[in-house]
Design a binder for this molecule. Structure first.
Ligand code: FAD
Ligand code: SF4
Ligand code: SF4
Length: 506
């Protein structure tokens, strides 16, 4: 049944129902139920169809949100799906895990008095329906092209680029050091936020469309970047960032102090049915333990909520700022609190305590002082506030940096910024190496899935234009250092700092 629009005045915001905390912490299934069709139509009808839609402006993909809301309200779901998938290679994934409160929904103009339209949940509903109805089809090029593109990294950035390039007819080979396609969608983000089947069916779609995946293949170990360049007409690097930041505190070498990705990867592998020796031995299993997670981003939230589901005795999250200043999504913090996680705000660790194995941390209280250059208040230690917090397992979730790229890819000529990310020309997405492009976290630093998709799409368009010009015998624009592609780390980092769109999740 078609709903009339502008219903925000008489219809209240309603997200899909959330499973009760007690029930959902006994398993790793997603926590939200699906909308039923009338509810999706009713919620979509709350949209006021703004002339200048701020939701769309603040979506990194500039999704045509008002139009697909209108189609959903009118019951024209096939058209809603067509519009939604025109700008996004994985709308059902973004609908599930984008921090909407910071992006589209946080900028919905009806948010102030009436609470935003539930954009993410409706986006998810549209594409889940499309999958059920068989409307989601593999990329099927109108003509085959002889040129081949090598993509290094099968995360969301690499997947989005692979789909776009395959649609254009290129022969696409994706290399990844993992055994499964999806990058952090598989091994980082837990199942209760994004069920693995959702990622697997996207990977299968690409395979069915002719994208070839070469898994368990690490560039730098199994081939150098130069060897790949000789095999392909263009290369896209979309390898993400994996070097965990550390707190170099006294006692850091004690047992049972682990990194977030070690913990989350083991848990995700276990859920996928893999045998994980360190999990079976109890080393990476939070069951029965007092768990302390250090950090205040979304990765920290994923760790605390995973520990709860593994049956931890207690779970605490230690963060040096307060709740309003947490980098993580407020929605995730709320979920964690409902699930029994205790937040210890304005507190920072000073040392790990224990003999062989950690038994806790010594921590200090923090007060927030004057704002720094970025506008964030500087944490200051409260004198004489040192105290102990007990823990049997400490998980560090302090963010990620890129690995040493030139060494990793055996390519000393590759342009790297002062942060260790790949330097690109932001107009063409090309690095300083001819025909080598880069996208996603490896360019931005730890960011978001939706930005990786955006970058992957942009890079695919640039690669296409680069190869077309090459075929036509036209010169491609050189990688002008003034646009961020220099190999000079100092200069390039300053330029990048002016341009960087950093949406850290940590
Ligand atoms: P990745 O997803 O990291 O994929 C990179 C791929 O490259 C990997 O598969 C890796 O194996 C491969 N690779 C690396 N080096 C090599 C090599 N030398 N040779 C071959 N292959 C290589 N974002 C959100 O929007 N919402 C969330 O809720 C969210 N939660 C997160 C939770 C966690 C725990 C983490 C760590 C991140 C989270 N993010 C979230 C961030 C998001 O996952 C990333 O921004 C996104 O995955 C980046 O995509 P990418 O394609 O650039 O890199
Ligand atoms: Fe919102 Fe993300 Fe969907 Fe864009 S992709 S509309 S930001 S949920
Ligand atoms: Fe609709 Fe809100 Fe977007 Fe306006 S800002 S078009 S009300 S979803």
């Amino acid at each position: 049944m078609a709903e009339s629009l502008l219903r925000f005045v008489d219809v209240a915001q309603e997200h899909p129902s959330k499973r009760a905390a007690k029930a959902r912490t006994t398993d790793f299934q997603e926590i939200y139920e699906d909308y039923l069709r009338p509810k999706a139509a009713e919620q979509a009808a709350r949209c006021s169809q703004c002339g200048v839609p701020f939701c769309q402006i603040h979506c990194p993909l500039h999704n045509n949100i008002p139009d697909w809301l209108k189609m959903t309200a009118e019951g024209r779901l096939d058209e809603a799906y067509e519009i939604s998938s025109a700008t996004n290679n994985m709308p059902e994934i973004c609908g599930r895990i984008c921090p909407q409160d910071r992006l589209c929904e946080g900028n919905c103009v009806i948010e102030k008095g009436f609470e935003s339209v539930t954009i993410g949940a409706i986006e998810r509903y549209i594409t889940d329906t499309a999958w059920d109805k068989g409307w989601v089809t593999p990329p099927s090029p109108k003509r085959e092209l002889s040129q081949s593109i090598g993509i290094v990294g099968a995360g969301p950035g690499g997947m989005a680029a692979a789909e776009e390039l395959r649609r254009l007819g290129y022969q696409v080979v994706v290399y990844d050091r993992y055994d499964r396609v999806g990058g952090l969608l598989i091994y980082g983000i837990p199942n209760f936020k994004l069920e693995k089947e959702i990622v697997r069916r996207r990977a299968d779609l690409l395979r069915d469309g002719g994208v070839r995946f070469q898994m368990d293949f690490e560039v730098g170990r199994d081939a150098s970047l130069q060897e790949l360049r000789e095999k392909h007409s263009a290369i896209l690097i979309a390898t993400g960032v994996y070097k965990a930041r550390d707190a170099a505190l006294p006692g850091v070498g004690l047992g049972n102090i682990i990194q977030s990705m070690t913990f989350l990867t083991a848990s995700n592998r276990k859920g996928l049915g893999d045998s994980v020796a360190q999990f079976e031995s109890g080393e990476l299993d939070a069951s029965g333990k007092r768990v302390l997670v250090l950090g205040g981003g979304d990765t920290a939230m994923d760790c605390v909520r995973t520990a709860v589901r593994q049956g931890a005795k207690s779970v605490k999250c230690l963060y040096r700022r307060d709740r309003p200043n947490m980098p993580g999504s407020m929605r995730e913090v709320e979920h964690a609190q409902e699930e029994g996680v205790e937040f210890v705000w304005l507190t920072a660790p000073e040392a790990y305590l224990g003999d062989d194995v950690v038994r806790g941390v010594r921590a200090v209280r923090i007060r927030l002082g004057a704002p720094d250059a970025t506008g964030r208040q500087t944490p200051e230690i409260v004198a004489g506030s040192s105290h102990e917090i007990e823990a049997d397992l400490v998980i560090k979730a302090l963010g990620f940096d890129p690995e040493d790229l030139p060494t990793l890819f055996a390519e000393p000529g590759l342009s790297v910024t002062g942060w260790g990310t790949i330097g690109i020309d932001f107009r063409t997405k090309m690095t300083n190496l001819d025909g080598v492009f880069a996208a996603g976290d490896i360019v931005r630093g730890a960011s978001l899935v939706v930005w990786a998709v955006r970058d992957g799409r942009d890079a695919a368009a640039s690669i296409h234009s680069f190869l077309q010009k090459k075929l036509a015998g036209q010169p491609n624009e050189s990688n002008d250092p003034e646009r961020g592609g220099s190999n000079d780390k100092g200069k390039s980092s300053k330029r990048a700092s002016r341009r960087r769109v950093h949406q850290s999740v940590d």
